[in-house]
Design a protein around this ligand. Structure first.
Ligand code: SAM
Length: 253
């Protein structure tokens, strides 16, 4: 509403999203690999290529529960000669996620990799980030924007926390732009994916929700317009795998 209160339906969405990720947190990485045949790794690498991070930068990775983006960012900005025992202090990541279970999985993975400094794990909502204005060099959100209740508020928050000259990149499932691939993809999303969810994560509903949330997410051009509407400059997007996913980039100038 205008007063910032959530309606009952919206509260249900917040609860549902929390429930989905509570139930899949433990098997989240396995499911990612299975569902995308490992392609999410290529997409995340493409995100890093486009972001082109530099040592000394501070990244805010929102909806970053399992730490995938954070680890890649630190790896790319690692000063030469640094080791797991002497990790780089030059770059920093704040991972913000609404779900403690996902953050817990990410923190455990960081410890397993010997990453003990350089990442802060923060529980918070993309629509009301617990982060000071103008404090971040970059903001990323990978497969997270689709889950927030008010996309425009999350976009405005992203711009608020960036320094002038800061960069925003969203990686998200999007809308297939190739005629035959779109039909194949629909079959996969609505028939294969829920079954995979049932067999592997013992949770068919969460994966049905996933397919539906992808369909409802704004198409590439619309998301770019909405980024411009909250004040991002030089907004551009790139399709990945024929639009199965897309990256949107914008700057706070
Ligand atoms: N970024 C990771 C990746 O690419 O593997 C995780 C993506 S996972 C599909 C989506 C994440 O978004 C979950 O960890 C979930 O808890 C988080 N999330 C959902 N709604 C959120 C919100 N409003 N604010 C912050 N995080 C949210």
């Amino acid at each position: 509403t205008h007063f910032g209160f959530r309606t009952v339906a919206e509260d249900e969405k917040v609860g549902l999203v929390r429930g989905v990720f509570d139930s899949v947190a433990g098997r989240y990485d396995l499911m990612n690999d299975l569902m995308s045949a490992g392609i999410h790794r290529l997409w995340k690498a493409a995100l890093m290529d486009w972001l082109n991070p530099r040592p000394g930068q501070h990244l805010l990775d929102v909806a970053g529960g399992t730490g995938d983006i954070a680890f890649r960012f630190l790896e790319r900005t690692r000063p030469r000669g640094a080791t797991a025992e002497h990790p780089p202090v030059a770059a920093r990541v704040t991972v913000c996620d609404i779900n403690w279970n996902m953050l817990g999985v990410g923190r455990d993975r960081a410890i397993d990799r010997g990453i003990l400094v350089g990442i802060d794990w923060v529980c918070g909502d993309a629509e009301q980030l617990p982060v000071p204005s103008g404090s971040m060099d970059c903001y990323t959100i990978a497969f997270g924007l689709r889950n927030v209740t008010h996309i425009d508020e999350a976009l405005a928050e992203a711009r608020r926390v960036l320094k002038p000259g800061g960069r925003f990149i969203c990686l998200e499932f999007s809308h297939v732009v190739l005629p035959v691939l779109d039909r194949l993809y629909d079959t996969y999303s609505f028939e294969v994916l829920p079954r995979l969810g049932r067999w592997v994560a013992k949770d068919e509903e969460s994966y049905r929700y996933l397919a539906e949330s992808i369909r409802r997410f704004p198409p590439q051009e619309e998301l770019a317009l909405r980024m411009r509407a909250v004040g991002f400059d030089q907004v551009k997007y790139r399709n990945l795998s024929g639009g199965i996913a897309a990256m949107h980039s914008g700057w706070r100038l």
